[in-house]
Design a protein around this ligand. Structure first.
Ligand code: B16
Ligand code: MG
Length: 223
């Protein structure tokens, strides 16, 4: 990497960037939707990427026709049931589920002294990184339960930078969700989006998949 580089940290989203647990979120929400008689497609599941559990449930209930009214307590019970199903499913996660290029990219960051953070909206993030065998690679894993605001608020990325002791302007954030990219930009960081080229108007760099993450290339774009 270029010695003049001012990059100090890379802060990752988890679901859709480090591993693909979106399928397990889909299966768990699908089971709840079937029970409630609400249609729930894979396409609709895309809207839930990076969205908190309770907000995901609200979006899902908003699909019902005629609309279904639930008390806060009932919604909490539904969200808890979804989470129990999800937690069963993620027991299958192993280090083989790291997305392509992630182990190499993380190794390159470590070799170059770039700090590594995790900024996931998932309350299950720690369990997932433990099952992936990469917990010790992260210098900071933000505890989302301690935050006040969800993505696209920048709080989660700013918390990661503050915990790492780095200037947000010297950080790259990597995300697969529009709300996440907007959170990175609101934190004054350089945003790398993973996914469709047309889907992220605010990203600084868009890569089709994680195999394209390359520190040398990103460092050049960053500086
Ligand atoms: P949980 P990320 C997000 O993770 C997922 O993309 C989103 O689908 C999920 O609803 C959210 O975490 C909350 O997850 O129910 O486990 O707390 O993409 O920010 O890593
Ligand atoms: Mg994500």
């Amino acid at each position: 990497m270029d010695k003049a580089i001012s990059l100090q940290a890379v802060i990752f989203d988890l679901d859709g960037v480090i591993t693909d647990t979106a399928e397990y979120h889909y299966q768990a929400w699908k089971a709840i939707s079937d029970e409630l008689g609400i249609s729930f497609s894979r396409e609709f599941n895309e809207n839930l990427k990076g969205v908190s559990r309770i907000d995901s449930l609200k979006l899902l209930l908003g699909q019902a026709s005629p609309p279904l009214a639930y008390s806060n307590e009932e919604m909490e019970q539904l969200a808890n049931r979804k989470n129990q199903l999800y937690q069963e499913l993620i027991k299958k996660v192993t280090p083989a589920d790291l997305l392509p290029g992630i182990p190499e990219f993380i190794a390159d960051l470590k070799r170059n002294g770039v700090k590594i953070g995790l900024a996931s909206a998932s309350k299950n993030a720690l369990v997932v990184v433990q099952r992936l065998g990469v917990e010790s690679d992260f210098d900071i894993i933000v505890d989302v339960t301690k935050l006040k605001h969800n993505k696209p608020d920048p709080e989660i990325f700013l918390t990661a930078a503050a915990s790492l002791g780095v200037d947000p302007r010297r950080c790259i954030g990597v995300e697969d969700a529009v709300a996440g990219v907007n959170a990175i930009k609101a934190a004054n960081m350089f945003a790398v989006a993973i996914g469709d080229r047309t889907a992220f108007p605010n990203a600084d760099v868009i890569l089709p998949d994680t195999a394209q993450l390359n520190l040398g290339d990103l460092a050049k774009r960053f500086s």
